[in-house]
Write a protein that binds this ligand. Structure first.
Ligand code: 6GU
Length: 229
């Protein structure tokens, strides 16, 4: 029996642009984890559930206004086609609560995720209410659709699953992990690049001094960027 099969985080994405997936989720450590079946990916093309000959997935908003709204009947059929209902339902939209690392950690402990990528001016509210979707945004700016936001959310969540990060990448000293501090600056060889030298303390071999220097750098950079976490 394959040990990795004992834990499979189930991801289902509903989108009208299924061709963009897996994109960045298919490379590097998260891509290897997908091949190792640590997590599982199903892409559902919402347009497959359209009923008319034009395969319409959107229509004009009741009450008037600009743009098009994703139709509840079509999305409903797409959701009803999913057999698994143990997963947490998330809708990616700029109206949602902004994602942070606490939310990311919480989502990584779910059985899996059903991610609905919003497009156009929005999604009929009845779908969000009826299927109990939680609305999530990735920041205070607007992008054209939930697909890129889905990449951001999944990259942040999937790397926390057991067995995804390699031995060289540790979770405990990273930005936002425990102390909500940003990471210290990093340097590698060559020691002299264009006449700019690596900070001397890092080449001293004194582990105590290095740790103190790094801790101080983390505090300073966090203060100077005035994080609103
Ligand atoms: Cl999740 N979607 C869109 N369209 N724009 C956003 C967003 C999501 N999060 C921030 N801006």
């Amino acid at each position: 029996m394959d040990i990795a099969n004992n834990f499979k985080y189930d991801v289902k994405i509903l989108s009208i642009f299924p061709e963009v997936f897996p994109g960045p989720l298919g490379v590097s450590l998260i891509g290897s984890a997908l091949k190792k079946k640590i997590w599982n990916l199903d892409i559902i093309n919402i347009r497959d559930f359209a009923k008319d000959k034009h395969k319409s997935v959107d229509d004009t908003p009741y009450g008037g206004g600009a743009g098009m709204i994703m139709k509840p009947d079509i999305i409903g059929l797409a959701i009803d086609s999913l057999k698994d209902n143990r997963s947490k339902r998330i809708c990616l939209t700029p109206r949602g609560k902004v994602l942070n690392q606490d939310k990311v950690k919480e989502l990584s402990t779910e059985h899996g995720l059903i991610l609905l990528c919003g497009r156009y001016e929005g999604i009929d509210q009845r779908v969000i209410d009826f299927y109990d979707f939680e609305e999530v945004s990735i920041g205070n700016y607007v992008i054209s659709g939930g697909e890129s936001a889905t990449f951001v959310l999944l990259e942040s969540v999937l790397r926390l699953l057991p067995g995804v990060l390699g031995g060289n990448e540790t979770l405990n000293e990273e930005s936002f992990s425990d102390k909500d501090l940003l990471e210290y600056p990093q340097y590698t060889k060559p020691r002299n690049w264009n006449g700019i030298y690596v900070p001397e303390v890092l080449t001293s071999g004194n582990h105590n001094e290095i740790k103190n220097w790094r801790d101080k750098q983390r505090i300073e950079i966090t203060k100077s960027r005035k994080l609103d976490t």
